[in-house]
Ligand binder design. Structure first.
Ligand code: HPA
Length: 273
């Protein structure tokens, strides 16, 4: 079977010879502007990478940006593919494995999410400490590709403890409020019912969204260290306030400044080793 991630990495590398990113950063809805912080940037539309999945969702630019942020060579993915678009898990695997094939050792996932706690109002940044997978299936189901990893990867400690410490310290230093919690992944694209949100809260979820969980599973399978952060764009259904894609984009965009400063500080620490 042809390896599209490998081919895409070869094509991307040809656009920036000699460049090896160390950290991949996936920007969620409304957070794409963080890519503007990258210096010495080479911008590659996903469509230029043969066979690479292209997202059709408003608010997702669909570009790979190679350059430097916080002193670290990075591969920034401005836009992701979602299962709710009808894309198969194979697309999500390609997407994450491109980072691995480019040479990244770590991935920083961001997303927009609904808050399940009243202390997570719109605009809150929440570091993801663990997840609950309520998406259908699993991206690793099917024949395992041993070139990437073992068939049964552990999800214990999936969200790197040392990275969490770095983020906590950076937030404190910068005076940015950073909450912590468990992210629950749903298929979407419909938002949840109030009854579902009450059920999810009892399951132990703090935020709900439609991405990230499969990406983290694929990332851990291939040995990428993972950090993840949600931008809470609304209180989840039944808790009051508006929600919808417009609200998601508006609230995420307004929180993108702090999110960008935090990611940059994280990378500065990463650069120090
Ligand atoms: N639910 C699911 N996904 C989301 C939400 C939400 O309330 N807000 C932003 N993404």
């Amino acid at each position: 079977m042809s390896d599209i991630a490998l081919q895409a990495a070869t094509a991307a590398r040809a656009r920036k010879p000699g460049f090896t990113p160390r950290v991949g950063i996936v920007l969620g809805s409304g957070l794409g502007g963080i890519a503007d912080l990258v210096t010495d940037a080479t911008v590659i539309p996903y469509g230029d990478l043969s066979g690479f999945p292209v997202s059709g969702v408003v608010g997702h630019a669909g570009r790979l940006v190679l350059g430097t942020l916080g002193g670290v060579p990075v591969a920034v993915m401005q836009g992701r593919v979602h299962l709710y678009e009808g894309r198969p898990y194979s697309d999500i695997k390609i997407f994450v494995r491109l980072l691995k094939r480019l040479g990244c050792a770590a991935a920083f996932f961001t997303n927009a999410a609904g808050g399940l706690r009243l202390d997570l109002p719109p605009g809150t940044l929440m570091m993801v400490t663990d997840h609950i997978n309520l998406l259908p299936g699993n991206p690793l189901a099917g024949p395992n590709d041993p070139a990437y990893g073992d068939q049964f990867p552990s999800m214990e400690g999936a969200y790197d403890a040392a990275f969490q410490d770095v983020l906590r310290d950076a937030a404190k230093r910068l005076g940015i409020g950073l909450k912590e919690g468990v992210y629950l992944g749903c298929l979407g694209p419909s938002f949840e019912t109030p009854a579902e949100i009450r059920a999810f809260a009892r399951l132990g979820a703090d935020a709900v969204g439609m991405s990230t969980v499969p990406e983290v599973i694929v990332a851990r399978h291939c040995g990428l260290r993972v950090a993840a952060m949600s931008v809470v764009t609304n209180l989840a259904a039944g808790l009051g306030g508006a929600h919808g894609h417009e609200q998601t984009l508006a609230a995420a965009t307004s929180a993108a400044g702090d999110a960008g400063r935090l990611i940059t500080a994280f990378l500065e620490d990463y650069a120090r080793g």
